[in-house]
Design a protein around this ligand. Sequence first.
Ligand code: CO
Length: 156
Amino acid sequence: MSAPKTAGFSPRFPASNFGVVKLYNLDHVGIAVNDLDVAIADYFDRYGVEPNHRQVVVDQGVEEAMIPIGGSFVQLLGALSPHTPVGRFLERKGEGLHHIAYAVLDIDEALAHLAARGARLIDEFPRVGGSGARIAFVHPSDLAGTLIELVEHPDG
Ligand code: CO
């Protein structure tokens, strides 16, 4: 059974500081990598952690591997071709931090709030991400040069 989507709905994530947009977890950190297999092997070599999920997301032009760390994930992102957003990112900047994803209780509410504040949204409306979650991106020029992804999980 999924928990009700109300303030403080999860004992793991008390509503102490989740703000008006109801960010309740640092969901994942997306890191663009040149070679997904190499990056996975290096993470294992250095830190002894491994992905528990790996999948191609054609829509986003990526193959992603999710490494659980605490209640969050490191999301390693390989580009399916140079002509994808992550492919162009790698071309321009090389490997590195690509985006930060916050879990939100209600992505529609979050986007409406951000739009009302004049935030520069990449996605005005949510789309369906790799794991079936609803996601939306906010442009890095909006705040502190950081591409932000909002994630609403189907089960909260
Ligand atoms: Co992501």
